[in-house]
Design a protein around this ligand. Sequence first.
Ligand code: ADP
Ligand code: MG
Length: 618
Amino acid sequence: MKAEKVAPAIGIDLGTTYSCVAVWEDDHVEIITNDQGNRTTPSYVSFTKEERLVGETAFNNAAMDPTNTIFGVKRLIGRCFSDPIVKEDIKLWPFRVVAGAKNRPKIVVKYKGQKKNFFAEEISSMVLLKMKQIAETYFGCTVHDAVITVPAYFNDSQRRATKDAGVIAGFNVKRIMDEPTAAALAYGFHKIKDYSRPQNVFVFDLGGGTFDVSLVNICGGHFEVKATAGDTHLGGEHFDNRVLNYFVDEFQRKCKKDIKDNSRALKRLRSACERAKRALTANTETYVQVDCLYQGIDFSSELTRDRFDELNEDLFTKCIELTGQCLRDANVNKSDVDIIVLVGGSSRIPRVQKLLEEYFGDKKLHRNINQDEAVAYGAAIQAAKLSGSGCDTINKIVLTDVTPLSLGFGLVGDVMSVVVPRNTPIPTKQVAEFTTVKDGQSSVLFLVYEGERLKASSNHLLGEFEIFGISPAPRRVPKIDVWFEIDEDGILNVSGTERDSGKMSKIKINKDESWLRKDEIAKMIKTLENYKVEEEKYKKRVDAWTKLDDYVYEMSKTLRNQELVSLIPQSVRKKIEDEICKASSWLDIDEVPAVKVSKSKLLELKQICEPIVAKKNK
Ligand code: ADP
Ligand code: MG
C-alpha cells in the first residue's frame, strides 16, 4: 500500500479583509499563491442562487449581490449580539445580522433561493477552508496542521471562536498565535544570529480593520512580547469610509442626489475611494471616478493627499496614542526602541509613517518585510517549529506571548478582582481564593470578566462559573482555590479545588456555555463537508463547460482559415458556422449549465464539425 503523502504544517494569517497562507519548505518560507496567482486572498464569502463562492470570486460578486456577500466577520467572531461594537458594525454592513440563541449574532443570507443563517465561526471556517485548499493544491495532498493568527487584542472568546473555525475547516489547530508576534518573528528570524544584545522591536500593524501594536523583545532566539495595545476597529476601511462620506456629501451638493441608501452605488464609490487611497501612497493627488454612479450620473472628483490626511488626522493620531500606551505598558522608553517594524497594508500610508517617525525621533522604520505577508510568514515559522520540521535556527526560537487583557471575577459591590493581570506571560496558572458567605453553603456562583475597568460589569463577561460540592461548614470556613489557567493559545480554563484541612479535594466547576458546544462544531464540520461535495460538483460543471468553450474557440479560429474552409462544401461550411455562432452566444450566459448539457452539446458540435476537423488533421 502506498503511504499517504503528508503536507507540512502551514501558517495562516486570517485577516479581516485579506488572508494569506505560507509554509516553511526547503529552508525558506514560501507564500502560497491562490488559483488567481495572488499572494493574498480576500476574506469574502458570497452565497448565490447556485453555489457558495469564497475569496476572489466572492469579492468580485460583492457589488452585484451586496446583501449575500459576507466580509469582515473577524469583527463579529466571539462577540455577542448586544456588544455595542457589533451594533455599530451592523449599521454599516449591507448584509443582515440578527440575534441568535444565547445572544450570539447570526448572519442571514439567501442561498440557493432559501434563507440561511450562519455563525461568524462558520463564515471564517469557509475562508480557512479556502486557504486550506490553496495549500492542498500546492502540495497535492491533504493539509492537517495549521497555526492561525489573531490580533493581539483578541479576547478569550474571540480566540476560542477562531480556533473553533479552524476545527470546523478540518484543521488540527496547532496554535493560535498573535499577529504582532508572528510579524516580529518574520523580521527577527533572519537577524537572530546578529543579535548579541537584546533588541526592542516595536511592531506597528495597521490593517484593513484592526490596529495592533506590540513591543517584542528579541534576545538570541528568544522572542518575548512585553506588551500589546490596539483597537479592533481602526484600519483601512475606516479611512475609506471617511473619504466615502466626503464624496457622498459632494455628490449631494453638486447633483442634489442622496446615494446613502443605495448599497450598490455606495459599494462602487467605496471601491473607487479605496483605489484612490492606495494611489495616494505614491502620488500627491489622484482622481476618484465612477461611471453611472447613480441614476445615470457619472462621478469624478480630485483627491489630494493633503485632503486625505486631513479627513483621517484624528484616526492617525489615535494610532500614535496607542503606540504610547503600549510603550508605557511595556515600561520601555521610546528612545530604547531599536527597530520599528511596519505591518499591514495601511502602514504604507505616508502620513502614518511620518507621524511615527516624528514620534520616535530619528529611528528608522523597518520596511524590508512585505507588509501584507509578514504575519503569515511568521506563522509558517511557528508551524515548522511546533511540528519539528524547521531548521536549527527555528528550533532555537522561543516565543512568549502575554495576556492582552486582565482576567478576574466580580466581587460584592461589582468590584473587579484581578487574578491574571494584563501582559502576564502565557501559558500561566494563577490562583484565587474563594469562600462561603452562609453557614452550610454548598455552592458558590461567580462571574469571570476580562478588561481593565474597576467596575466588574463594565468589563467583558466571559462566563458564569459555579463551584459545587463544598463540604458543609460555617460561613467563611471553607477555602476554595480557583485556578485560572491560560494555555498557549491564550484560552482560559477554570478549575477548582477545596482546601479541606490541608487536604486538596477536586471540586466541580460548571460553566455557562456561551461558546460553541462540541456537538455544534461537529454539525458545522458536517455542513462544510457537504459544501465540499457541492463545490466539487460545481467544479465538474465548470470543467465540462470550459471544454466546450475551448472547443468553440478553437473552431472559430479554424473557420477563419480560408484555405481550409474552401475545401469543404458550402452547405456543410454554413451549417458549421451557424452552429459555432449559436454555441458561442449560448456560452455567453451567466450560469454554468449542468455537466450533461455541456457534454452533449460538445458531442453534437464535434459531429457537426467533423468534416473540417478531418481536413485539418490531414
Ligand atoms: P487585514 O490584516 O486587516 O486583513 P491587511 O494588512 O491585508 O488587512 O491590509 C488591508 C488594508 O490595507 C486595506 O484596507 C487596503 O486598502 C490597505 N492598503 C493596501 N495597500 C495600501 C496602500 N498602498 N496605501 C494605503 N492603504 C493600503
Ligand atoms: Mg493583518
